[in-house]
Design a protein around this ligand. Structure first.
Ligand code: IMP
Ligand code: MG
Length: 189
């Protein structure tokens, strides 16, 4: 696959906006309030699954007004492709002892479900006080393992999406909205 270096080519691959900035902001506000209400007075650890969830985490943690801590884990299941390799590797682990926390896993998108299935299994074995999964996006049509998040902000069809932390070949994470990626975008160049 060729890297994109031209701004015009970069723009052309953004097919259409699927979830707007405003829709994301109001959905996050709501989830923040739900967390404030149900976790008040408990030690919360938000576990961000990198890299994709960093933008979502940044907005979600600022919608939470009760005390909470943040941890990072890097799980890789895609290797510069739009098709899952089916291999989940933890390339960076948390530095907190999860047995002291009510853990909320913060994920960008659930596709085949393999990443979270593995991550949840791994974290449950460390005996957190409780464990829930919040995902910005869910693509249920693509599931190959039985996995359900506790809270889904947006359910989307089987499309490859970019923006708001989600990448195509490491690009597009900085878009402020979720867009559909145009795979054929460079054919008419
Ligand atoms: P799963 O293990 O197949 O559920 O894949 C989860 C990971 O694949 C996500 O955390 C994303 O990093 C990546 N992923 C899945 N679908 C998309 C997509 O449409 N756009 C960008 N990344 C995706
Ligand atoms: Mg991810």
């Amino acid at each position: 696959m060729e890297k994109i270096y031209l701004p015009s080519e970069y723009q052309r691959r953004i097919k259409r906006v699927l979830v707007s900035q405003e829709e994301i902001a109001s959905a996050i506000e709501k989830v923040g309030q739900e967390i404030n209400e149900s976790y008040d007075g408990r030690p919360i650890l938000l576990v961000s699954i990198l890299k994709g969830s960093f933008v979502f985490l940044a907005d979600l943690c600022r919608a939470i007004t009760v005390p909470c801590e943040i941890g990072f884990m890097c799980a890789k299941s895609y290797y510069n492709d739009t098709v899952s390799s089916g291999v989940v590797k933890i390339t960076m682990d948390l530095d907190q002892d999860v047995s002291k926390y009510h853990v909320i896993i913060v994920e960008d998108i659930i596709d085949t479900g393999r990443t979270l299935c593995d991550v949840v299994k791994m974290l449950r074995a460390r005996k957190p006080l409780s464990l829930k999964v919040v995902t910005l996006l869910d693509k249920p049509d693509r599931r190959v393992v039985d996995f359900h998040a506790d809270r889904v902000l947006f359910t989307i069809p089987d499309l490859f999406v970019i923006g708001y932390g989600l990448d195509y070949d490491e690009y597009y994470r900085t878009l402020p909205y979720i867009a559909e990626y145009d795979e054929g975008g460079n054919e008419d160049v």
